[in-house]
Design a protein around this ligand. Sequence first.
Ligand code: ATP
Ligand code: MG
Length: 561
Amino acid sequence: MENEAVSKNFIEQIIEKDLEEGHCEKVVTRFPPEPNGYLHIGHAKSILLNSGLAKKYGGQFNLRFDDTNPTKEKNEFVESIKEDVKWLGADWEDHIFYASDYFDQMYEAAIKLIKKGKAYVSDLSAEEIREYRGTLTEPGKEDPYSTRSVEENLTLFQEMKDGKCEDGSRVLRARIDMASSNINMRDPVIYRVAHMTHHRTGDKWCIYPMYDFAHPIEDAIEGITHSICTLEFEDHRPLYDWVVTELGYKKGPEETPKQIEFAKLYLTNVVTGKRYIKRLVEEHIVDGWDDPRLVSIAALRRRGYTPESIQKFVDLCGVSKANSSVDYAMLEYCIREDLKMKRPRMMAVLDPVRVVIDNYPKGQTEELEVDNNLENPELGRRKVPFTRELFIEREDFMEEPPKKYFRMFPGNEVRLMNAYFVKCVGCEKDENGKVTLIHCTYDPASRGGNSPDGRKVKGTIHWVSAEHAKRVTVRLYENLIDEELGVYNEDGSLNLNPNSLTVLTDSVVEPALAEAKPYESFQFVRQGFFCADYKDSKPGEPVFNRIVSLKSSFKLPVNPA
Ligand code: ATP
Ligand code: MG
């Protein structure tokens, strides 16, 4: 019990206290994306955190589109966000909302504040407002329009709403405290004039509420109890509380809704910010929002990540109040762990060279039966054709090997995985010295991969029957940026890794892999985990993306988070 209490994160502790002390009956959380881009791994953390808390405490999880800023929002993003949240397994049931559905209520709330003397219409320009606001060390100056009467404010606000004011000519400000040490409390703007078409409300409105005013109202309307956001909103919390309290939604400081901040998830060697991803997409540096080198959720899905692996990653990261970057290798560790037992281990040769077994009968094909996954018998067995001519990896042969090279070289005997012992007897080369054919002999008594006389070999090599091989395209990835080389160039642009994508067009795979369906993933023995690309694969002609290699530099921390 003791341990369990210790392992609870600080948000769980707050929630449990609120439940115990009766500040809320049922936990209601939300994920509030602005539909202005695709979601990324950082959002996945927020989604799984919010939906996970609702699930853990028997509460409710809302998906709410925070679409109060009409400039950048698009239906395309709404659809992609829904798909991503669903894929991650966060179930909003029928609790899907749009902030724009509350525009009427927000307008009423503004009128309520005006009537209470808590809001006024100002004719200061954006620049003047900034000047009057003061600085961290100097208090702000009173807005000359702050003395307008309630009636005048109501009339002017009505005019703003009726389209009688130009963009930027007037705003509605909350009347709080121009001398506050918190700049967010110095009479913040809560409504602005903007003649813009909204992706859902069309031209109904030409005034739009500001985030800091709209968000607490959205939470209050939906009965959100714990409004979880990232640290940059910490200084906005007093304003959040001011709005819900002045509007009568919140009765006391301990009551809900309450805003709780946690640290954003940052990953090393990748680009997470929506703005940066957008630039890479718009400048065609990557192949769309789901380019497998990105860490948008769509990209991770395309690359072959599973929802389970992302959940595991988020769990390992933990929840904290301190900003830090998580090693990208930890994400890779999570997908490797997830796929290790689940997926079959198949043979693919990425950079092939031909081998001929001189003493193997011409025209003969043996169907060797092999385990799909030695560690998981439930995955069953499959047949792999074996013939006189095979492909092996070019790097698995050396004419003049260095010490400790245990693979194929003249005079050395190795195991062809699941098949036979073969001994290399020589090779043929072209005029440039490139090896074109390797000659071997095999020991028929070693069928299955072991010799009855007990002799041992040090190397085991994977192979594909040349006659049955299916030629495919395989894509290998490296991170788009390398922090050790510097993230930015001198001109502020991203310092991109020129080797982030390698396309192999000569790779060969065993016949069963030719049938791979989009999103289906496999271990290619000795090479890593690969996933059939959903965009570029055609029936019978898969294109494989490497999800992750088999080797890891990452060690699970003893005490994660
Ligand atoms: P970005 O900074 O990448 O553009 P954003 O914060 O503008 O993202 P929103 O759509 O406003 O994106 O965010 C929706 C929710 O996701 C917010 O509650 C936000 O705090 C959370 N969120 C965004 N980025 C991260 C992150 N890196 N880690 C955890 N939560 C995040
Ligand atoms: Mg945002």
